[in-house]
Design a protein around this ligand. Sequence first.
Ligand code: ATP
Length: 383
Amino acid sequence: MSIHIRNVSKTFGDFQALKPLDLTIQEGEMVGLLGPSGSGKTTLLRIIAGLETCDSGQILFSDKDVTRLHVRDRKVGFVFQHYALFRHMTVAENVAFGLDVLPRDQRPDKQEIRRRVQELLERVQLAHLASRYPGQLSGGQKQRVALARALAMQPRVLLLDEPFGALDARVRKELRRWLRNLHDELGFTSVFVTHDQEEALEVSDRVVVMSQGQIEQQATPQDLYHQPASRFVYDFLGQVNVFHGEANGQRLQQGDAWVAFPEAQSPQAGQLYLRSHELQLQELPSDQANLPLEVKAINLIGAEVRLELEPIGWQSDEPWEVAISHSQYNAWQPQRGDRCHAIPLAAQLFVSGQDSQPRPLQWSASGKRQPISEPLKLAANCH
Ligand SMILES: Nc1ncnc2c1ncn2[C@@H]1O[C@H](COP(=O)(O)OP(=O)(O)OP(=O)(O)O)[C@@H](O)[C@H]1O
């Protein structure tokens, strides 16, 4: 079932939680609502569910207007961050609950309910725990019961509000992949709320980024990452290094620090946004950039080594973060206090005084750069 949100707005007292917005979610799509706390994600989800009314606008499921339809008649499934399972009921009874309380003429017979519950428990890999009580389950298991309970009603739309928010990072990762597989297998339409960029980018077909009750951008994870429409989206999608400077000839300059623009690109005063893997570190400045940095912290956990670096002789609101491979790290073996230089490979320029789309910049890989994996002596020299 597709969902059409048309000109929907919502105020609480004199606070406008949602400015009039439009959004279409295609049948079978999985859409992540991503945004900082208070941006209106939950309000929008609750309006889709029928748990909240909107002040203006319409909600359509396929071509049926459900704006005034009661929550129980919208036939949507919900999963919330806090499992909300019935403590005095077993896992199987929890999953069966929605079916057991259906009006008699809609209720499947006992055998059918038992069959459906068993099938769902197998699907969420909890059949062996059917007779346990919620108090005897882990957080991840409880959340899978909550999901099975929502699916028991065979909803065409599943709405999830930070479904894995209360779980630890590893379980969270495992469950979101599992949810994505389930979504693909059963073919329902899903909308989920999260403030975790990684979660949104990993499982959504499309991500809707919200800020202050508005949609900032909606795009596939790939487009969102590569073509963020605004500074807000860029900032929100993860750690970013910012170099702000004035145009000076072919350079963007701040004090003695500078970045030379690629040929045929004229600099404009502004802020250069560089992601942690769009930079290379080396011992000396090059003809491309002079961005001296000092190593402040080293994080070895993960597929890459992340270095936290402090600008030397120039300003940045936040420390810089650069990712290098473990083999580069082993060759270089940087220590806290070591000095080095950052060389940009790619960046986006947000021009001062303009709120328009950033200008993408790309430096040719054939410059006179010395990758840091080569100069084994760098750590010793770079003091
Ligand atoms: N029932 C309410 N009464 C008054 N204000 C509300 C109510 N519900 C939400 N708000 C306000 O509306 C704004 C949007 O809230 P909402 O819960 O939609 O944000 P969110 O993006 O889901 O945030 P979070 O990630 O923290 O859950 C917030 O400023 C919130 O305080």
